[in-house]
Design a protein around this ligand. Sequence first.
Ligand code: EPU
Length: 408
Amino acid sequence: MPKSKFIVEGLAGAKTLRGSIAVGGAKNAVLKALAASVLFDDEMPLERVPDIEDVKRMRELLESLKTDPTVLRRDIAERMRASVVLTGPVLARRGSVTFPFPGGCVLGERPIDLFLDGYKAMGATVEERGDLFTISGKLKGAHITFPFVSVTATETLMMAATLADGETTLENAAMEPEIPDLAYYLNECGANIKGAGSSVITITGGKPLRANGIAYVTPPDRIEAGSFVILAALVGDGVTVTNCEPAHMQALLTLLRRAGVNIEEGKDFVRVTKGGAYKSVAVRTHEYPGFPTDLQAPMAVFLSQAQGEATILETIFDGRFRYVDDLIRMGADITVMNPHRILIRGPRILTDKRLESPDLRAGLAYILAAAVAEGTSTIENAYTIDRGYEKIELRLQKLGLNIKREEV
Ligand code: EPU
């Protein structure tokens, strides 16, 4: 794979970006929908699929299942956390699945105990050899109470339960909008899922699903949309983020308004008009409908430019402040209080640096930081950003940002 990097010419705090930018299909929705295709007897059409690296990897995984129907390819599964979502459909459909411990963004510990406990509760046996897991058995309905909320565990067990014998109840389920969205589609294709979008989901198992030509339409990516809104607040002179779902971004929009950002919202757009000085706000990440952990790093960049002292409390992951050192190198005034809390004093002038992002959401935050900074910054590992954002440089160029990709 050719390696490339992004070069961003900073605006030194000037607010000049103008125009509109359309949000793409949600990575964390379409990856699960692709996994769900294993539950189908016929072809499952998908629409508004974003052209991102993680989608390519998921397609490769699905392709490889044609030759080895119960084994997830190690090299891909080790690169992408979302690969674990495939274990549910493969197990439910084929009676067995073998996979390595999943990789992906390093955000601290990301165990898979909820998945394994769920499969065991549904009557499967779990065999562990080194870091390789084999789960097998015909799944039966079960009552599963998650000890804490997990997005992918909810989705995976929900999908597996559609082909189990009898009824499964998932309690303390995640409520992210991608979950009812997927459930709605699966129900159109013959599944029987009730309560998705609430904390209790009940699934009555049945036969393999049939799409009968009905397409899954990928919803807009609320994290990409939120990041664009933050970019617009930082360096925009009138930017409209289109093709988004403001109803799913309310925690962010409320906080930005409180910080003084001028925001107008319609059914499917958010418009940010040029504002004056912003003031700091306290951020606490939370499961949906709270403030998304995936917007935590972009929000830190915003707060580095706001007046006053702000805290960010990260409640979902243990290791999601790895980007902080780079922002400090750029001139941000940030103190890491503990693995879950940082203190940001602003505003501070940021200056250009050579950056290498620790994860995909922080990668976009680095583009935001580079855009607001003085001088020309380099973000080395474009792949990390390409995993989740389609042709980001071309889309941001249209708003007037001087960003280019360079092959290395
Ligand atoms: N957890 C366990 N055991 C499990 C599963 C999760 O301890 O078996 C823990 C995690 O370590 C974490 C917490 O539960 O501390 C919640 O994590 P969750 O399982 O909800 O996260 P995830 O499902 O692995 C998804 C998104 C992430 C997003 C989180 C939180 C996908 C593919 N990934 O991850 O997105 O940050 O939910 O909203 O849907 C990203 O897109 O860049 C990304 C990291």
